[in-house]
Design a protein. Structure first.
Length: 338
């Protein structure tokens, strides 16, 4: 994992907008988050730092990596994706690099894709990265406070390898989507939509669309920052999280009580607590670090997984469930024997 050094507290947030520590902690659990250096750190460079650690811990070298999968919603460039920037930065061989755009579920989607390549025998060492630099794309004015206080920067990575041991590895992955709510949590611009999907989008007059991916008016009207209908996201998340976790457990013949650790996407502490309650899990069965890092979207699951492992809370043979829900809506789970 890699997180930037710069800690940005709720008190720091109050210097920019009308908000307060009590509201943020009560509604989200977040005390502080990390913000990347504006010019020296990017989504790709943070991903590279996490990747170096994963490669070292896997006991391999960059030359052993066969394939890169990079999940993010805050890429360095509109295109190309961050995968090729990692390939370049680590001076890797001319291996494939795939970019995944599934927001909060991005890491689990990426893991699932990697799992299929490992199972088919096509690749032996796959680098899977989730990384975000939200601080560069959020609005620090009061009008966006419901979104801005939630997000933080950071990266996490894993190396996937085959195993002969039937008692270890990814037991199954489960991926879902429902595009009916695509505009509930989204960043519309820059984009090619030209106001085609009218629902949920701001009203553009004709002069603003059809010429470029982003116009001056869109920027003036604050239409190039993330939009979120928080209560709708919350209501759907607390249904889909338990559903997709149970799907993973049922598929493999396990019960919630069998879980050593649930690593939920760190969307909001209240969502994690709701899921914990619904599945009747003990405190020591659910890992939360949103308090320190905020919601780091595609990075949140590997960041939490890494910290849980570093703290000795996940050991060989333990049953671990990863689960995520977010923009799209998309949601996913993975059940692992560590
Ligand atoms: C975003 C979220 C914390 C907002 O909490 P909420 O209880 O739903 O709050 P609402 O959006 O209904 O707003 C309630 C009030 O708080 C205010 N408010 C919003 N953000 C605020 C902030 N940062 N500081 C202070 N007040 C804030 C609103 O303006 C509103 O005030 P009003 O009642 O005077 O109009 C909550 O909806 C949530 O967590 N949703 C899920 C979001 C999520 O997990 N996103 C990531 C998905 S992966």
């Amino acid at each position: 994992m890699y997180v930037p050094e710069h800690v940005f507290t709720n008190a720091d947030m109050m210097k920019y907008m009308d908000t307060n520590d009590e509201w943020i902690q009560e509604r989200t659990g977040i005390k502080e988050r990390r913000f990347a250096d504006r010019t020296n750190e990017t989504t790709a460079t943070m991903g590279v730092e996490a990747a170096k650690q994963a490669i070292e811990r896997a006991g391999i070298t960059v030359d052993d990596v066969d394939f890169i999968i990079f999940a993010t919603l805050s890429p360095d460039y509109y295109f190309p994706g961050c995968g090729v920037l990692v390939q370049r930065a680590l001076q890797m061989k001319e291996i494939g690099a795939l970019d995944v755009r599934n927001q909060c579920s991005g890491f689990i989607y990426a893991l699932s894709v990697g799992d299929q390549f490992i199972r088919s025998g096509m690749y032996k060492n796959i680098l899977v990265i989730g990384s975000e630099k939200h601080s560069f794309g959020i609005d620090f004015n009061t009008r966006s406070r419901n979104v801005t206080v939630i997000f933080g920067d950071g990266a996490g990575a894993v190396v996937l390898q085959p195993t002969e041991d039937p008692d270890r590895g990814i037991l199954s992955t489960h991926l879902h989507s429902d595009g009916n709510d695509a505009e509930i949590l989204a960043m519309f611009n820059p984009g090619s939509h030209a106001n085609h999907w009218k629902d949920g989008l701001a009203d553009y007059d004709n002069a603003d669309i059809g010429e470029m991916f982003v116009s001056h008016t869109m920027i003036d009207k604050n239409q190039n920052v993330p939009f979120m209908d928080g209560p709708t996201v919350f209501k759907k998340a607390v249904i889909k999280f338990p559903e997709v976790i149970m799907e993973a457990l049922d598929t493999n013949g396990y019960k919630p009580s069998d879980l050593t650790m649930l690593i939920p996407h760190q969307a909001n502490l209240r969502i994690s607590q709701f899921v914990q309650q619904k599945l009747k899990l003990r405190d020591d069965q659910v890992y939360n670090n949103i308090q320190k890092y905020g919601n780091t979207t595609a990075a949140s699951v590997p960041l939490a997984l890494c910290e849980a492992w570093q703290e000795g809370k996940i050991k060989t043979g333990n049953l671990v469930c990863l689960a995520a829900f977010g923009s799209g809506f998309t949601w996913a789970s993975a059940l692992l024997k560590w």
